[in-house]
Design a protein around this ligand. Structure first.
Ligand code: GDP
Ligand code: MG
Length: 241
């Protein structure tokens, strides 16, 4: 029997994770905007990464894009309270954008700055026209905080209108199996039956799944074509029972 190197033929709606990773690895810094009106209007779909400080947002973005210093931009003084945009797409052609939003809940931040953040974030989430999806990063050992819940409330109407939404439970390597399962079910309940996944930058857990999800969110039906192009294998006639 000849062993084929590809583990399994890709189903029509599930392209190869390698393709999604290759796409994410094209990430490059696009721009930084201290206020909403400074953000460029873009036609391509945008996915926002949000979460409290220390949730693992920078590490997650760096792991997904495999670029150590990309989300570093978010740490540059003056940019910490800014929205940073990263462009994605092969051959320099941008077909999607990742938005790194300022982390919240950091105790040392003065009240005025916190309120300002809430305004910028709220306005962004409500009015950004090309916003296609939101990834909310949560450290499962701390669970959802008040600000996470406010954020959920803010985007709920848009999620009901089709905005994609994922709760990503970070640092999963710090949980045992039972703790991880419990954290997942809590997150699913809190997000109103939305998507929740475990992620560990350290163990590369959840990496394929998240990469594919981001690709699908931003490419709609084009994923089917890409999967067909990427694979010389025929997809099975029946991918579902
Ligand atoms: N064990 C473990 N630690 C992580 C993981 N992701 C992030 N961290 C750590 O959590 C801390 C905060 O991460 P960072 O990405 O800076 O969080 P941010 O403030 O949300 O951008 C850092 O010390 C990271 O090394 C992970 O998957 N596993
Ligand atoms: Mg960060």
């Amino acid at each position: 029997m000849t062993q084929h190197p590809t583990p399994a033929p890709a189903a029509p709606d599930s392209p190869d994770p390698k393709m999604a990773h290759g796409w994410l690895h094209t990430a490059r810094f696009l721009t930084t905007a201290p206020q909403l009106q400074h953000l460029p209007q873009l036609a391509v779909p945008e996915v926002a990464f949000v979460g409290r400080s220390n949730a693992g947002k920078s590490t997650c973005i760096n792991t997904l894009t495999q670029q150590k210093r990309l989300a570093f931009a978010s740490k540059t003084p003056g940019r910490t309270q800014s929205i940073n945009l990263f462009a994605l797409g092969k051959q320099g052609a941008t077909d999607a954008v990742l938005a790194d939003l300022p982390g919240y809940g950091y105790a040392a931040v003065p009240r005025e700055a916190k309120l300002r953040w809430q305004r910028v974030m709220g306005n962004y989430l409500l009015t950004r026209e090309n916003l296609r999806g939101v990834v909310l990063l949560i450290d499962p050992r701390l669970g959802m905080t008040e600000l996470d819940e406010i954020l959920l409330e803010v985007i709920r109407p848009r999620v009901e209108e089709g905005l994609k939404f994922l709760v990503l439970l970070t640092k999963a390597d710090k949980l045992n199996h039972a703790e991880a399962q419990k954290a997942l079910s809590i997150a699913r309940l809190q997000s109103g039956g939305g998507e929740a996944r475990l992620f560990s930058a350290l163990k590369k857990q959840g990496l394929d799944e998240v990469a594919l999800m981001l690709w699908r969110w931003t490419h709609d039906g084009k994923a089917v074509q890409a999967a067909a192009d990427a694979s010389s294998e025929e997809a099975p006639d029946q991918s579902r029972p």
